[in-house]
Design a protein around this ligand. Structure first.
Ligand code: FES
Length: 110
């Protein structure tokens, strides 16, 4: 496990998505209250860039391309989604967001 500071909590808009670089790897970050979810920047379905197709509503992330959805707390698939969302472990330490980042998470696309 390699915990690193990812960003400040104030850099993340409530209900928004941010795309951040860490060690040359792009990571999407979503904020719902004090809960932070960090995951790869493309959809598990057909690799759609989530900065374009991703929409957060509370603790649900939707890829608007084919309406796959996930629970941002667990990465679990909801409704039509057939694959989970790969999540990096995160935690808030005061005003900072930390991430457990060793290797880039990826998906196998058909
Ligand atoms: S590419 Fe995201 S749901 Fe199909």
């Amino acid at each position: 496990m390699t915990w690193q500071r990812l960003c400040s909590l104030s850099e993340l808009k409530e209900g928004g998505l941010a795309k951040l670089a860490l060690d040359g790897v792009w990571i999407m970050v979503a904020r719902a209250g004090d809960r932070i979810a960090a995951f790869p920047p493309h959809c598990p379905h057909m690799a759609e860039p989530l900065e374009e197709s991703g929409v957060c509503d509370g603790e649900t992330l939707t890829c608007t391309k084919h309406v796959w959805q996930w629970d941002l707390r667990t990465g679990e698939a909801i409704g039509l989604a057939e694959k989970p969302l790969a999540l990096y472990p995160t935690e808030c330490r005061g005003e900072d967001v930390w991430i457990d980042f060793d290797d880039e998470l990826t998906y196998e696309h058909d």
